[in-house]
Design a protein. Sequence first.
Length: 120
Amino acid sequence: MTTEPKLNQIVKILNLRGELLREVLATDLRGADLSCAVLRGADLHGADLGGTDLCGADLRGADLHGAHLRRADMGGTDLGGTDLLCADLGGADLRCAYLRGARVSNVSALLSALGVEVVS
């Protein structure tokens, strides 16, 4: 089942079996536990996901353009085809994340989030 939230709408967070875990407002997801959530194609551009646990979540094709992802735990998250342009990835953890086809504008922040030491 695919969840396609728009900003300021209620998002139904599902587990991998499609069971409802909880409902949240899409604009402010700070610190939420969205681990293993299915959010394929979700419109979360500009959303505040700072400190959110997205481990193992399915965000394929999601719009995270300009989203605030500081200190988000995105280890093992499927970000295939995701729009991460202008997203704030400072301190985010993207180790073991799937990024094929993802669009990014801040390669330095992305490499840091992947655990790669960036030397200036």
